[in-house]
Design a protein around this ligand. Structure first.
Ligand SMILES: Nc1ncnc2c1ncn2[C@@H]1O[C@H](COP(=O)(O)OP(=O)(O)OP(=O)(O)O)[C@@H](O)[C@H]1O
Ligand SMILES: [Mg+2]
Length: 284
């Protein structure tokens, strides 16, 4: 009797039941999806996008989209998502943490929510712990996504601006937290909007979340500029600044320990440098 009561009250039990219900719906769709030709299975991607455009929510299409990914995995990798992998996928779609033991197949489990969220066209990021895994997973799971008509990119170290921009425009991007983090910081420092590489951030799945959000988070991401150039500039400008007139070209705020140029000061500096507009980007 006590056991029965405990079962009745256990919130985890209730949650598992809810997830199991969704998994049943996915399983019930399997027969129909299995009967589709490769072309028809692939066409599901545009059908889902169409339904989203007409007002359906991701939750509405979740069971069918998951069933489609499972069938695509069977046809490309010869692996059929286990029910627990679908459950993990639902939890990840809901923005929560799913704990799966080592070797249980987290890579494949992530493909369902990744595909579902990529249908919005807004870009899905999968955060991995190192470059090797980003490349491996993008290629490995890429078989499923490509089969379904989605583009996948691997964001690894050493890529140039054009390559980064292209990769961020893919439907799905696998990369390390360092690459995503540094691109985010650099995007916040650009002088022109065209130089931004990331799109608006939408949805991400973090592999090995304890390692990335706890262990790795202890090391801050720091961007530092080229020291030689800045020392050089400091020296050049220190020679100009002493020629400015206090009170006229600049004002000192003792309390804030700062000094700011006046309109006249800006104009004077421009004259000294022989330029028209100091804010013109070509001078940076
Ligand atoms: N549904 C499945 N059917 C058959 N094989 C599977 C299935 N899911 C995963 N595997 C296989 O299980 C192995 C482990 O998968 P994976 O590397 O994704 O595990 P993991 O949970 O990420 O482990 P780790 O914690 O070591 O990173 C892989 O070889 C994968 O191909
Ligand atoms: Mg893994």
């Amino acid at each position: 009797m006590l056991g029965f009561l405990k079962k009745l009250m256990d919130p985890n039990e209730k949650e598992l039941k809810r997830l199991d219900g969704i998994v049943q719906t996915i399983n019930d769709l399997e027969e129909g999806i299995k009967a589709l030709s490769d072309g028809d299975l692939r066409a599901k991607t545009s059908e889902f996008k169409e339904r989203l455009a007409q007002g359906a929510t991701l939750d509405d299409i979740l069971p069918e989209a998951f069933a489609v990914v499972r069938e695509a995995a069977v046809r490309t990798l010869g692996q059929r998502h286990f029910d627990v992998q679908l459950m993990g996928g639902i939890v990840l779609h809901e923005g929560r943490i799913a704990e799966m033991k080592t070797g249980e197949g987290k890579t494949l489990a992530a493909t369902c929510p990744v595909y579902l969220n990529a249908l919005t066209g807004r870009g899905v990021h999968v955060v991995t712990v190192n470059d090797y895994l980003a490349k491996r997973d993008a290629e490995w799971m890429g078989a499923i996504y490509n089969f379904l008509g989605l583009e996948v990119g691997a964001l690894v170290h050493g890529l140039d601006y054009a390559e980064r921009k292209r990769i961020y425009n893919c439907d799905i991007v696998y990369g390390t937290n360092n690459e995503f983090g540094f691109d985010y910081l650099r995007d916040n420092m650009v002088l022109s909007g065209e130089d931004i590489v990331q799109r608006e951030l939408y949805y991400a799945i973090v592999d090995e979340v304890d390692s990335i959000l706890i262990d790795e988070a202890r090391t801050p991401l720091i961007i530092s500029g080229a020291a030689e150039q800045s020392t050089d500039l400091y020296e050049r400008f220190s020679k100009l600044v002493i020629r400015l007139r206090p009170g006229e070209d600049y004002n000192v705020d003792e309390k804030a320990r700062s000094a700011a140029l006046s309109e006249e000061g800006w104009a004077r500096i421009e004259r000294m440098l022989g330029i028209d507009d100091i804010h013109d980007q070509s001078h940076f």
